[in-house]
Ligand binder design. Structure first.
Ligand code: F6R
Length: 241
């Protein structure tokens, strides 16, 4: 694992965006695995800025997102589709026909998971997967568990995730209780993984995930077994390692 220590959130975002840009420049028709959440927002902003300057071209890029809430339509401003559009897609020249997220409005979980697995397979797998890290060690919506879930599946969100995400909704009651997420196997099959972490509140989980035992109780700990992981964090998030 490579660890890059950034001065602050802005520097973290720039470093992460540099790694994504390098991927797009080296392989213009690459498959990017994308994440939502607050941590990558600055990374997307930086990518948009470089695109506007003419330094980046997304026209041949395919993207597959990690996850989506089940039951939220795309137009809902808390859906991950909406997020991706707001923060990246509508600002760059990515072909929207090649941007994929699980369909939160497909209530048939088995069918939706099978469909999404097939998409990831058909696009040839993920070249670079961007990940944030949950306070409980989740990646995507792979929550602490007694086994690692493999492929795309439907999850019941834990209380701590509902609690963490309620800031985006009018109340905790409005946070969806389920989500579709890529599984741990899917994430581990990405050829390169980029994890972004920011803030002192992530320092403990960064230590447990990357320097503690590999256990499904800390889903991100499996990343220790991947041979090409880059962790980019600001000083606060890396302060306990
Ligand atoms: C987002 C996702 C989540 C977040 C994680 C960290 O697509 O799958 O695992 O990456 O919850 O979220 P933030 O960045 O808001 O701390």
């Amino acid at each position: 694992m490579k660890i890059y220590k950034a001065r602050d959130y802005r520097d973290m975002s720039r470093k992460a965006a540099n790694i994504i840009s390098a991927q797009v420049i080296m392989k213009p028709n690459c498959v990017l695995g994308l994440a939502t959440g607050s941590t990558p927002i600055g990374t997307y902003e930086q990518l948009v800025e470089w695109y506007r300057k003419g330094d980046l071209d997304f026209s041949e890029v395919t993207s597959v997102n990690l996850d989506e809430y089940k039951g939220l339509p795309r137009e809902n401003d808390q859906s991950y589709y909406y997020f991706m559009n707001e923060h990246l897609f509508r600002h760059v020249n990515i072909d929207m026909n090649r941007t994929y997220l699980p369909d939160g409005m497909n209530m048939d979980s088995a069918a939706e998971c099978a469909r999404y697995n097939q998409i990831i397979h058909d696009v040839g797998g993920v070249d670079l997967q961007l990940l944030g890290l949950g306070h409980n060690g989740h990646i995507g919506f792979n929550e602490p568990n007694n086994a690692f879930e493999k492929e795309t599946h439907c999850v019941d969100l834990t209380e701590s995730t509902i609690e963490a995400n309620k800031r985006f909704f009018a109340s905790a009651d409005e946070v969806p209780r389920q989500a579709y997420t890529m599984g741990i196997k899917t994430i581990m099959q990405a050829r390169k993984i980029l994890v972004v972490v920011s803030g002192e509140d992530k320092a403990d989980i960064v230590r447990r995930a990357f320097f503690g035992p590999v256990t499904p109780e800390v889903p991100a700990s499996i990343l220790q077994m991947h041979n090409d992981v880059i962790l980019v964090g600001d000083e606060a998030a890396l302060s306990k390692i």
